[in-house]
Design a protein around this ligand. Structure first.
Ligand SMILES: [Cu+2]
Length: 436
């Protein structure tokens, strides 16, 4: 991790020298902001921008560079976002460190009311297929809001990116793809006539907790060097990493645990830090990475966060992708169970069950095998236990996305089987099946 940042810092130093040799500060500057972060000690997703604030002058450029952890992101700004964050930022500032039960209910109401004014990229119910195209695709508006119909993208003209002048009502990258010409990159030129001030942006997938600011100063004012910006990014990454590393070490040292109110047993699929606030990051690891069982034995994963357990996966595909006509698609293959029983909540929880926070342990609900392919509906809400039955190591087998609950597979053939999370490409594990 340090190595990479040092390289960035060194490049910054060279750029700074170049400017110094050129005499004055003439010529536009560029500063880089990381979107998410690929850690080299463990797999994780950081729902954050590093650094959180960057200072530039009119005519300069902000380059958002995404590090692909499998989580989709956008960079979304404009006066609509400024207004939302003017309400929400002070709330986060004041209450984020408090345990949830000590936060007055009206704080949540204010937060929700402000956040609800802006549309989100992902539909409320994930089903696979097109996401909300009105904000999943790029959209740059001088005034007004994106189309109300989630399936209606902004017009071709509205998708052409102008410089950011601070007065546009909505200025949205849309989903920043992993591949392609603009892969992992979103470049924001600041207009020559942008007023000095602070401009907010956020991710319209993960919401106002994933947010940052661009501070614009006067044309003749000093701004932090590229190296200083990189150092600040590194400091913020380290601050976000420390509690995660601690939580991971703890997860590795136990067999069972209670996390986010749910009892879990190894192997864990995903992990996180329970420390409140300011850690908008989670661990994309199977813990432990390798499990050894005998033929006929069952392995039961406990999910912590939105992941899949998937064997014999096809070539890598991303959770979200952009089709030739611009449509942003949530891959049904990443979301839905494959080769086993469906999500048990697909047909809705039985009356009186499946309510929020109603954790009854992994045996609370048994799934039934669906006939004729994948069921409709998305990930189950609340803890569920899915038994995929036996698997002989031959077919594509995927749990579908889970946030909570367990997934069991009984292995019938000896061998060494690697598996992966279809959402998070760095999240891989192995099951070794030995002769009984
Ligand atoms: Cu994952």
């Amino acid at each position: 991790m340090q190595g990479r940042i040092v390289v960035v810092a060194a490049a910054g130093a060279i750029a700074a020298v170049g400017v110094a040799c050129g005499g004055d500060a003439g010529g536009a500057q560029s500063r880089e902001v990381l979107v998410d972060y690929v850690h080299d000690e463990f797999a994780a997703s950081f729902l954050a921008y590093f650094p959180r604030d960057v200072t530039l002058r009119p005519g300069d450029t902000v380059t958002f560079r995404q590090e692909w952890t499998g989580e989709p992101h956008s960079v979304t700004m404009g006066t609509m976002v400024d207004e939302m964050m003017a309400v929400i930022s002070p709330l986060i500032e004041e209450y984020a460190e408090l345990p949830e039960d000590q936060i007055p209910p009206e704080v949540f109401e204010q937060f929700e009311a402000a956040a609800a004014k802006l549309p989100y990229m992902l539909p409320d119910t994930l089903e696979g297929g097109p996401v909300n195209q009105n904000v999943g695709q790029p959209c740059y508006l001088d005034e007004g809001a994106p189309p109300e119909d989630p399936m209606q993208p902004c017009t071709d003209e509205q998708q052409e990116q102008p410089a950011f002048n601070g007065r546009q009502s909505y200025y949205n990258s849309g989903f920043i793809p992993y591949t392609g010409e603009q892969g992992n990159t979103f470049v924001v030129p600041l207009a020559d006539d942008i007023e000095p001030g602070t401009y907010a942006y956020y991710c319209n997938v993960h919401g106002p907790f994933q947010a940052g600011t661009i501070t614009v100063v006067g044309a003749d004012e000093e701004i932090p060097s590229e190296a200083e910006v990189a150092r600040q990014a590194l400091a913020e990454i380290e601050a976000a990493t420390a509690p995660l590393a601690e939580a991971l070490a703890q997860a590795r040292s136990v067999e069972t645990a209670t996390i986010f109110g749910t009892e879990v047993r190894k192997p864990f699929a995903g992990w996180g830090s329970e420390e409140p606030a300011k850690i908008h990051a989670f661990i994309d690891e199977f813990i432990p990475k390798e499990n050894t069982v005998e033929v006929g034995e069952v392995v039961t994963w406990s999910f912590v966060g939105g992941h899949t357990v998937s064997f014999n996966v096809p070539d890598y595909f991303t959770q979200l992708s952009i089709e030739d006509d611009g449509t942003v698609i949530f891959s049904p293959d990443a979301l839905q169970p494959r080769g086993g029983p469906g999500h048990p909540a697909a047909e809705g929880p039985p009356p009186g069950e499946g309510g929020e926070g109603e954790s009854e342990g992994p045996d609370a609900q048994e799934s039934e095998t669906e006939e004729g392919g994948a069921p409709p509906g998305g990930p189950p809400e609340g803890p569920v236990a899915v038994d995929a039955g036996t698997w002989d190591g031959q077919s594509f087998l995927s749990s579908g996305m889970f946030f909570d609950g367990t997934y069991s597979v009984t292995f019938t053939e000896p061998g060494r089987y690697s598996y992966a999370c279809l959402v998070h490409p760095h999240m891989v594990g192995t099951v070794v099946v030995e002769e009984a």
